[in-house]
Design a protein around this ligand. Sequence first.
Ligand code: FAD
Length: 428
Amino acid sequence: MSYQSPISPGRSWYEDTVGPRPEYSGLDGDLTCDVVIIGGGFTGLSAAVHLAKAGSNVVLIEAYRFGDGASGRNGGQLGTGQRAWAEELEAEYGLSRAKALFDLAEEAKAHLMEFAAVNRIEIDYMPGQMSVAHKKRYVDDYKAHAEIMASRFGYPHISFMDARETAERLGSTAYFGGTRDIGTGHIHPLKLVIGTAKVAAEAGAQLFEQTLATGITSVGGKVKVTTPNGTITAEKCLVGVNAYGGALEPVSAAHIMPIGSFIGATVPLGADTKVLPGGEAVDDSRFVVRYFRKSRDGRLLFGGREIYAVNDPRDIHIHIRRQIAELYPDLRDVEITHGWGGYVGITVPRKPFVREVMPNVISVGGYSGHGVMLSNFFGKLYAETVSGNRDRLKLIEDLKIPPFPGGRRWRTPLLFLALNWFALRDRI
Ligand SMILES: Cc1cc2nc3c(=O)[nH]c(=O)nc-3n(C[C@H](O)[C@H](O)[C@H](O)COP(=O)(O)OP(=O)(O)OC[C@H]3O[C@@H](n4cnc5c(N)ncnc54)[C@H](O)[C@@H]3O)c2cc1C
């Protein structure tokens, strides 16, 4: 029986294909260091690498195993730019700020690829990403987007696809058109998590799994993080718990809301399948977005988000098979070998959350479903901040992120109602 994350539902296909992974012991005793990091996902592990390489004495604690949160269980799509389209950011902030945000995200993409290559981490990269319209009325937006990316943002890799090309490239007639981006791709995320942890340990970071932070205080220039078996005293602290922090840090909890997202993996579809012959990843225009891609061994990994609670992982199989059959009727009886999920940390405006939540304690998260490349880079930007250059992290810190309405008691039911409304709107 393979490993099952205690905090995220279902057994992931990534766990079964990641290969041998080292275990890191739990903290036992008190430690003093320069920087303590809470959370062993991409944000925390990447910060640990860059801090340790810059000479900081770093301690990272993870409540369970590295990647048990979103980082080891996601759709693996890198995407391009920020979550919002660059032209939407331009309308909100003007061209120069939108361009700076876009360029930062492009640097994040290049950083991820270079980091994996330099450190010889096999991340199963496959090129290509398509975004497709599930309503005819959205097609013109996709066409304009491809043109704007080339003409105003200097990104020539996106081309428009009409309905015929879309059907050919997807192997499905369910969509009306879209774009194809050959400047990005998709990866096996857990391989990147495990590889990043190894690089961090080799660089001298002290890494602990099975170590739950139970409290954070910042008094007199020192930060203390308590755990059941020891206290860590540090100059600075990074809170990288994203959607999984619960009540650990109330400011982050008020701004980052966890919502479940679920993925099913089919058996390998075989060489003669008409599904995604070019190997690109796909996301669609639904508010409750569907995202899918083929793995290196030819499985369809299909993600959707329309269930909010999972009592039994077999519910994920049933639900995902139904969504697959809507796009690929021939696969209505396909065997689903794995069904799993995780929690996406979203913010009200769907932009990342970076804030100094108490003196010397910075919280980073809320990537709103677009964190694979950003979280890996924001760890580096946090390390830059510790070295005295906060300019680039500040680009994100300056985005206005309001708290969720309704407080801790009402925000989940309110979001539940809102998501149901958007799911309904996707269908009409
Ligand atoms: C199903 C799914 C599909 C997704 N698909 C995509 C995609 O295709 N593309 C994309 O860009 N993004 C995607 N995302 C989002 C992406 O995975 C995240 O944005 C990213 O992984 C966030 O990384 P993180 O390190 O900030 O958080 P996480 O990886 O969630 O890590 C947080 C860690 O903090 C730990 N923690 C929490 N509390 C404590 C505590 N008190 N003490 C110690 N440790 C603690 C948790 O155990 C967890 O391991 C998806 C997410 C999900 C769930």
